[in-house]
Ligand binder design. Structure first.
Ligand code: FPP
Length: 309
């Protein structure tokens, strides 16, 4: 007879790290529903330049201070067991349109950030990953990136994904190319033409949302539930366009270098006040529809009813 304790043992649970929140952070966390912490928060970190400008400092200092904010926010994310946090750290447009001196400063800052924080990532059980056309970054930066992700690969807590040389439209182009390549490889393996392969199952079955999703950089991640943008700009700036189809958007006037873990908790609190509908009807709509079958109504009868009011 199998003993009750035989078989694979569950992975030992790590003790809760909520006790490491500051008293102010704990007070906000106490107002949250722990069962509805988002699975994935994505952040457009904006306002480094303005933060520096307001203090008559060089833009570089804004970026430097922004790198400090990254670590504060990631550590609070790990303390509340947020599974995924994705930060827009360097876009393809930043790479192409910013002065070379600023781009090379940002690259050095990223490299210093990774080398200086891997130990803290490990202490906080944070895994580091990347999305974007990272092959377009300088070779030595890619080496540091690979080193940091390898050093933290065994961590099981929050995954910090840095979007680097990232653009959402180019991600969708890369996914489409990837899907096409995999179909061509399959046709080749079966000794048939691509046209014949598509005819066997039908194009609709071979090219659909799920297939495209599987080829996005984010194939292994849940879609973001919440997108935060700092510095008051109400734009998405080519960030995760496919993945944020149903995300809630939170814009704060706070500039990124002033953003801390407590502000992440405030954004999550705001997120928890919202009703997500995913294109459906809101809660409580059933009662409104009761005894009122819309399929029995015609647009003409509704128009007449409205006119009679
Ligand atoms: C936007 O500020 C921010 C960026 C272009 C880059 C984000 C980089 C960091 C937060 C620092 C380094 C990151 C890591 C991961 C170490 P902006 O320059 O567009 O600000 P502005 O709109 O006020 O000029």
């Amino acid at each position: 007879m199998r003993s009750r304790n035989s078989g694979p043992q569950p992975y030992p649970q790590r003790p809760s790290r909520l006790g490491e929140l500051s008293p102010e952070e704990s007070a906000i966390y106490a107002q949250l529903d722990p069962a509805r912490i988002p699975q994935h928060v994505a952040i457009i970190m904006d306002g480094n330049g303005r933060w520096a400008g307001k203090r008559a400092l060089k833009r570089f200092l804004g970026h430097q201070q922004g790198a400090e904010s990254v670590q504060y926010v990631v550590e609070v994310a790990s303390r509340i067991d947020l599974p995924w946090i994705t930060l827009y750290a360097f876009s393809i447009e930043n790479n192409l349109k910013r002065p070379k001196s600023e781009v090379s400063f940002l690259m050095r800052l990223l490299s210093n950030y990774l080398t200086g924080n891997v130990k803290r990532m490990n202490d906080n059980n944070v895994r580091v990953a990347y999305i974007g056309r990272t092959e377009g970054l300088p070779a030595e930066i890619q080496e540091t990136m690979q080193w940091a992700s390898a050093e933290t690969a065994r961590n099981t807590g929050t995954t910090l994904t840095l979007a680097l040389n990232y653009g959402s439209r180019s991600e969708i182009v890369d996914a489409t190319r990837g899907l096409l390549r995999s179909l061509m490889a399959e046709a080749h393996q079966r000794g048939i033409s691509l046209e014949d392969l598509l005819q066997v199952d039908g194009v609709e079955a071979r090219v659909d949302e799920a297939q495209i999703e599987q080829h996005l950089y984010t194939a292994h991640m849940p879609d973001p539930d919440l997108v935060i943008r700092t510095s008051g700009e109400q734009r998405i700036s080519n960030f995760l366009l496919w993945q944020i189809a149903y995300a809630e958007i939170f814009v704060t006037d706070r500039l990124w270098p002033d953003f801390r873990g407590i502000h992440l908790l405030e954004a999550i609190h705001n997120f928890q006040q919202r009703e997500r509908r995913f294109g459906g009807l809101g809660e409580g709509t059933d009662e409104l529809l009761e005894g009122n079958d819309p399929s029995l109504e015609s647009p003409e009868s509704i128009a007449a009813e409205l006119a009679g009011r």
